[in-house]
Design a protein. Structure first.
Length: 177
C-alpha cells in the first residue's frame, strides 16, 4: 500500500476502534498483534499483512470490507497474493466482493472467519486449488466453488498464477445493522 492508502486505513481503523470503546492495548491484545504495531498502523505507518487486517476486522466485529472500504488500491502483495475490494453490499446479509491474484507456486492459508461466513469464488484465469484445508478442490477458468469460511481454508497455485473473484457473505444475523 502507498502512503496515502496507509494513512486512510490508519484513520479509519482508529475511528472504528474508538467507536467501539476499545483502547489500543485491548484491540492489539485481542487481535494478537503488538500494541506498537497497531499504534504505527493507526498513524499511517507500517506494512500490515492481510492476516493482521483480517484479525483486526474480526476483533472490531466488522466485515473485512468495512475495514478496508476507504482503500481503492490492492492491499499490498503478501506472499504472492494481492487482494482488492471491488464492492461492499449495504444489505443484510453483508456481501463483499474482491478481486484476488495469486502468483504461481503460492499457498495462502486463511484463518477461520467468524461463524456463518461463506466464501464463493470463481476462477478467471490460471488454475487454483481452494477450499477448507481438508476438502480442497481444483478449479479451472470459469469454475466456481462455495464453502463455509468459518474454518481454516487455503488458496494454492502450482505452475500457473490464478486470478479470481471472491465473494464473502457474512452471517445474516451478525451483519444486521
Amino acid at each position: 500500500m502507498d502512503t496515502s492508502a496507509l494513512t486512510t486505513l490508519g484513520h479509519h481503523l482508529q475511528s472504528l476502534r474508538q467507536a467501539r470503546g476499545l483502547s489500543l492495548s485491548q484491540l492489539a491484545s485481542a487481535a494478537g498483534i503488538a500494541k506498537s504495531n497497531l499504534s504505527r498502523l493507526e498513524q499511517g505507518g507500517g506494512n500490515p499483512t492481510l492476516d493482521t487486517l483480517w484479525r483486526l476486522a474480526v476483533q472490531l466485529h466488522v466485515p473485512f470490507g468495512t475495514l478496508v472500504a476507504p482503500i481503492n488500491v490492492p492491499l499490498g502483495e503478501e506472499d504472492g497474493v494481492q487482494v482488492r475490494l471491488i464492492d461492499q453490499g449495504q444489505d443484510t446479509p453483508q456481501v463483499d466482493v474482491y478481486w484476488m491474484h495469486c502468483d504461481a507456486h503460492t499457498t495462502r492459508r486463511a484463518e477461520a472467519h467468524t461463524s456463518g461466513v461463506r466464501e464463493a469464488l470463481t476462477l478467471i484465469s490460471g488454475a487454483l486449488e481452494a477450499g477448507p484445508e481438508d476438502e480442497t478442490v481444483w478449479l479451472l477458468p470459469g469454475q466456481s466453488l462455495c464453502f463455509a469460511a468459518d474454518q481454516p481454508h487455503l488458496y494454492r497455485t502450482h505452475e500457473l498464477a490464478a486470478t479470481l473473484m471472491l465473494t464473502i457473505t457474512y452471517d445474516r444475523e451478525k451483519s444486521a445493522p
